[in-house]
Design a protein around this ligand. Structure first.
Ligand code: IPM
Ligand code: MN
Length: 291
């Protein structure tokens, strides 16, 4: 069966780096190019349409460039396109590997402080972190399954000494999952200490399991420590795709943003996007072998 990959270049340096990345997909893949961008939003008012979603859900995977544009207020494109895709396709694991450091982040990708729940009333704002045992548990299982292929160590990172509600749910749920993996080890670190240790003693980590926001921050830190954002790629996955209606195995993207300041200058490093395309091909290849 011909495999089909949706390619979404997006904004800023997205289109430049995607040209190099899409070439990596090879001749055996049918590419479906999507114009979902700030330009389209500014001319039609559309973010991610139902028709776009349907096309993506019918592809085997999505290769994503970058979105974000100074002409559009912060959050409109990020929430309306990238976060919506993660949520609608239920891509619950955000995997970011840093081979030079020997560290992989398993970031919960659908909830936490990214829930979008909150209010702004004049000078008072709330931003609610939503956490469920279901979402934590499936990420934790993914991390422990991966640990059995690696050193066996999973470090849960949270801030359970301050964020006591979410923190205790994360700890209890992860400990419960760990019981099913008696050969593996589970450690816990607070997020501030983990940031310090990523810089001073990264060898203490192997798999870092963490929530959406800590994972966002700490994976940029790790990128800065290992070759820069021009190199880091991520896979947004729904690992059990055979059990669900959509065909799409995941969204693969460079960790960097749209960098509008250097767009069109030729300075953008395409290696992260190329790496994302390689992760996409690896994922499809593993599935092909497994089925
Ligand atoms: C990332 C990005 C996104 C995030 C933004 C663009 C919404 O920073 O993929 O890490 O915060 O998850
Ligand atoms: Mn980020």
């Amino acid at each position: 069966m011909t495999r089909r990959v949706a390619v979404l270049p997006g904004d800023g340096i997205g289109p430049e780096v995607m040209t190099a990345a899409a070439a990596e997909l090879g001749p055996g893949i049918e590419q479906v190019h999507l114009d979902i961008s700030a330009d389209r939003y500014l001319s039609t008012g559309e973010l991610l349409t139902d028709a776009d979603l349907q096309i993506i859900a019918g592809c085997d995977a999505l290769l994503f460039g970058a979105i974000g544009d100074p002409r559009v207020p912060d959050g409109v494109l990020e929430r309306g396109v990238l976060l919506r895709l993660r949520k609608e396709l239920d891509l619950y694991v955000n995997l970011r590997a840093f081979p030079d450091m020997g560290i992989v982040f398993v970031r919960e990708n659908t909830e936490g402080p990214y829930s979008g729940v909150g209010t702004r009333s004049g000078d008072v704002a709330t931003e609610t972190s939503v956490n469920t045992a279901e979402a934590i548990g499936r990420c934790a299982r993914y991390a422990f399954e991966m640990a059995s292929q690696r050193s066996g160590l999973v470090t849960l990172v949270h801030k359970a000494n301050v964020l006591v509600h979410a923190g205790s749910l994360w700890r209890e749920t992860t400990e419960r999952v760990a019981e099913a993996y008696p050969e593996m080890r589970l450690k816990y670190e607070h997020a501030d200490a983990a940031a310090y240790h990523l810089v001073t003693d990264p060898s203490r980590f192997d798999i870092v399991l963490t929530d959406n926001l800590f994972g966002d921050l700490l994976s940029d830190l790790a990128a800065g420590l290992s070759g820069g954002l021009g190199r880091a790629a991520s896979a947004n996955l729904h690992p059990q795709r055979s059990t669900r209606p959509t065909r799409c195995a995941g969204l693969f993207e460079p960790v960097h943003g749209s960098a509008p300041d250097i767009a069109g200058t030729g300075k953008a490093d395409p290696r992260a996007a190329i790496q994302a395309a390689r992760m996409l091909m690896d994922t499809l290849e593993k599935e092909r072998v497994a089925t």
